[in-house]
Design a binder for this molecule. Structure first.
Ligand code: PLP
Length: 434
């Protein structure tokens, strides 16, 4: 994991056992539910009242609706899909396709046939780098940013190695926002794709998608957004965003792990060859040649993560039932409380922009002289779960002149007590380690 981050002199250990237990049924949640009671909908959190979980950018806790849907599916409708003619298999088909329709509504996709289930954002991004990548020629340009997660960085480097594409980088400003000042030079007629994060997992900065899309359209380039972080903060509208591909993971939006989504515009998907080959993605196979199924099946070779997709559908339905204006105001309030508190800590450098509305509650910081793993270890002893390291964004950290940093990420189940516990914890860290 943190292969390039120097080892902590204090000897980092893994996350401590929390001694968690799963409680009984909690209240069903309805639109307009009071955010304070949201925590009850997450069995792990409800079973660990002392835990301050501030690592939702890595994995969000799973919501009860998703767990229930997985259990219900596995105990009433488990069968393989697209194959069986018996009723149980038809029930599995129906559940899986219903989840696809839910994902389409969550993203406001034109059609559920534009939704491809994958194993996660990484698989979605690799799918585009391979399948769309196969339509590119040497000299074609792909424009990414220095702020990308490795899963939207390395696949393009590998494509460059395979095909000779030109890979260009949007730089960041000192605060870590994408610096779009030089966009007109980077986006010339060779550019076929702009592939950037929608929301940075390090700086918490939202990307100015409108400016990017406008510029990309002028040269005929497609736009991919890595929505891995964005989806946790509410449903997205790919048509309003004006993009062509959108990738995300279930485990970051209160759903099970092992499932993700790639959305792509129908006409682009139709022009792409498959990535993985196997059962389910073919039209016809003869000893001489194989033809492909239409999307989305063309890109879903083999048995997909069926129960996980059903769980994802349930989590997304639940998310769509929430009052996001209220939740954004709350997230913003907690983000401000955190950033203002961090700014009182001696020797602390905030990585990423100051507090503003264009900032999500993903907050990285570096404390002079202290290793992020040591900080996290001391905080863990106080029931605070935070991530320390390079956050799979080594080029960004290098550009910002940071070796590693500590990240607190806030989700809808966090509250002021979590933030205060972290601020108190950091003062304790300073006493213990500085
Ligand atoms: C911005 C971003 N992109 C992509 C990913 C990869 O997601 P996954 O590991 O779920 O495939 C992450 C994970 O942290 C991320 O933060």
């Amino acid at each position: 994991m943190n292969s390039k981050l120097p080892t902590s002199p204090h000897g980092h250990r893994g996350p401590a056992e929390c001694g968690l237990s799963v409680p009984g049924e909690s209240a069903v949640l309805h639109p307009g539910v009071k955010p304070a009671s949201l925590r009850d909908g997450f069995p792990l959190l409800a079973g660990a009242p002392a835990l301050h979980y501030l690592d939702s950018a890595a994995t969000a806790q799973i919501h009860r609706s998703a767990l229930d849907a997985v259990l219900r599916h596995e105990t009433t409708s488990r069968a393989n899909i697209s194959r069986g003619t018996y009723r149980l298999a038809e029930a599995a088909d129906l559940a899986y396709e219903r989840a696809r329709q839910t994902a389409a509504r969550f993203l406001n996709a034109g059609s559920s046939e534009e939704i491809i289930f994958t194993s996660g954002a990484t698989a979605s991004l690799n799918l585009v780098a391979h399948a769309f990548g196969n339509t590119l020629r040497a000299g074609d340009r792909v424009l990414i940013s220095i702020a990308e997660h490795h899963s939207n960085f390395v696949p393009w480097q590998m494509l460059r190695q395979r095909t000779g594409i030109d890979l260009a980088l949007i730089p960041v400003s000192a605060s870590g926002r994408l610096d779009l000042g030089g966009l007109s030079e980077l986006l010339d007629s060779r550019c076929r794709l702009v592939a950037v994060t929608h929301l940075s997992n390090v700086t918490g900065a939202w990307t100015d998608v409108a400016t990017l899309v406008d510029a990309a359209r002028k040269v005929g380039a497609s736009v991919l957004l890595d929505g891995a972080q964005a989806v946790q903060h509410g449903p997205q509208d790919v048509q309003a965003l004006g993009v062509d591909f959108y990738a995300f993971s279930g485990h970051k939006c209160f759903a099970p792990g092992g499932v993700g989504v790639l959305w792509g515009r129908a006409e682009l998907l139709a022009a792409m060859p498959p990535f993985l080959a196997g059962g389910g993605m073919i039209g016809e196979v003869t000893p001489a040649a194989t033809s492909w199924a239409a999307p989305p099946q063309r890109f879903e070779a083999g048995t997909p993560p069926i129960a996980q997709a059903v769980g994802l559908g349930a989590a997304l339905e639940w998310m769509m039932s929430l009052d996001w204006a209220q939740l954004h105001a709350r997230e913003s309030h907690l983000c401000r409380q955190l950033i203002e508190g961090l700014q009182t800590i001696p020797g602390l450098r905030l990585i990423g922009p100051e507090f503003s509305a264009a900032r999500a509650p993903i907050v990285c910081f570096d404390i002079q002289g202290l290793h992020p793993h040591d900080i996290c270890q001391v905080l863990d002893a106080r029931q605070l779960a935070l991530r320390g390291g390079h956050h799979c964004a080594q080029p960004l950290l290098a550009a910002l002149g940071v070796g590693g940093c500590t990240r607190a990420s806030i989700a809808l189940y966090n509250d002021e007590a979590d933030i205060q516990a972290l601020l108190d914890g950091l003062h304790f860290v300073l006493k213990e380690l500085a």
